[in-house]
Design a protein around this ligand. Structure first.
Ligand code: AMP
Length: 298
């Protein structure tokens, strides 16, 4: 694996791939890698001739007072894991490479970014503006044929899918299932913030979603949400949000309507702000998230 710090070196390294028309898979990350990230790298390795992983803790997607400065960073360990996973290139640019002096352009997706994590009470639309701006830059820097994202960040995946379509980025977006610890907790770099007691409580998020997914098909969506709220309350967790949304356009859903439903939760557990979600398919079966695309729904 070769580590590259500048866009210019990246382009030079990929020149042969561009010329031959080889498929290039990009996995954007903020590092502190776990099996969730690596599942994306493995998928890219299977589907693409060249695998590029980016590592950039993007300051513009953190609110003032959020965990930007304390975000876990361990590039050497990440590089080892990525080498083992068969990555060809690690693109780990310095901040000035992404945001040079005078940087003044933003990419913004309306609508989808204004609820859930984009609510002003939550992380706000600025969070997604930071994400879409940096991902657009990564797409233009790497020119991948495929890009890989996790269903764990369902709203982010929906926003990036919409940006890609709206701006005609010639890249196929792949959204892959959430990888979980054995007790169900969604893997996250932020799980490192959990104290032992909070780690035990944190499993309530995935339990709550499972309760919602179990109850909804046999009773109603309202009862499913109630069951989830109760599970969280039993663990002493008050969610930042727990909402049912259309899985594709994220519009609010009050009752099952024949389209896949996303139930998404965010909650502060001790020092960690955690998010998780589950997809409920119209066939009444809850399947591993990640199986729905705009193409399939149109
Ligand atoms: P991050 O480093 O948190 O920005 O995440 C980089 C990518 O990994 C994003 O596309 C995330 O959705 C994805 N990801 C994070 N956690 C998981 C997980 N537990 N399972 C699958 N994908 C994940």
């Amino acid at each position: 694996m070769t580590t590259l710090r500048t866009r210019m070196n990246l382009r030079v390294s990929l020149e042969a791939a561009y010329r031959s028309g080889a498929s290039i898979g990009l996995v954007p990350t903020m590092g502190s890698l776990h099996q969730g990230h690596l599942s994306l790298v493995h998928a890219a390795r299977e589907e693409c001739e060249i695998v590029v992983v980016s590592l950039f803790v993007n300051p513009t997607q953190f609110k003032p007072g959020e965990d930007f400065s304390g975000y876990p960073r361990d590039e050497n360990r990440d590089a080892e894991l990525l080498t083992e996973a068969g990555t060809d290139f690690l693109y780990a640019p310095d901040i000035g490479e992404i945001y040079p002096d005078g940087f003044s352009t933003r990419v913004e997706v309306d609508g989808l970014t204004e609820m859930l994590c984009g609510d002003p009470e939550s992380r706000g639309t600025e969070h997604f503006r930071g994400v879409t701006t940096v991902v657009a830059k990564l797409f233009n820097s790497v020119s991948p044929t495929h890009a890989y994202f996790g269903q764990k960040d369902a709203q982010q995946a929906a926003v990036i899918t919409r940006m890609t379509r709206d701006l005609n980025f010639p890249v196929e977006i792949r959204v892959l299932p959430t990888i979980r610890e054995s007790d169900g907790l969604a893997m996250s770099s932020r799980n490192a913030y959990l104290s032992p007691d909070d780690r035990v409580r944190a499993v309530a998020l995935s339990r709550a979603l499972k309760a919602a997914a179990d109850v909804t098909p046999v009773v109603s969506l309202g009862a499913g949400i109630e069951a989830a709220m109760q599970t969280l309350a039993d663990a002493g967790i008050e969610p930042e949000y727990l909402e049912a949304r259309d899985a594709i356009d994220l519009s609010p859903v009050a009752e099952a309507n024949g389209r896949p439903i996303l139930i998404a939760v965010a909650a502060q557990v001790g020092r960690a702000r955690l998010i998780d979600n589950v997809l409920i398919h119209p066939s009444n079966q809850t399947t591993a998230p990640g199986a729905v695309s705009e193409e399939q729904m149109s």
